[in-house]
Design a protein around this ligand. Structure first.
Ligand SMILES: [Zn+2]
Length: 75
């Protein structure tokens, strides 16, 4: 008499396939992967705050210094 393995479930409630050795369903795996490989979503206002303007200004200054000193030019 064969014993049936107990069903396993993803955190979202989806029953996991028997051949899925992990703990997440395909949908949750894709969402988890997207969190790692895609940039975070930010509202348009995020880029126009004074803090962002100051930070970008500093970084552009460093970029310009690097370019003017030939540090960032590769050929
Ligand atoms: Zn899931």
């Amino acid at each position: 008499m064969k014993q049936q393995a107990a069903s396993r479930y993803c955190r979202c409630g989806t029953r996991l396939a028997r051949d899925n050795a992990g703990s997440l369903c395909a949908s949750c795996q894709a969402k988890a992967r997207d969190l790692v490989i895609r940039p975070p979503e930010a509202p348009a206002e995020f880029w126009t705050t004074d803090q962002m303007s100051d930070a970008l200004g500093r970084n552009c200054q460093y970029l310009w210094i690097g370019v003017s000193r030939g540090l960032l030019i590769t050929s």
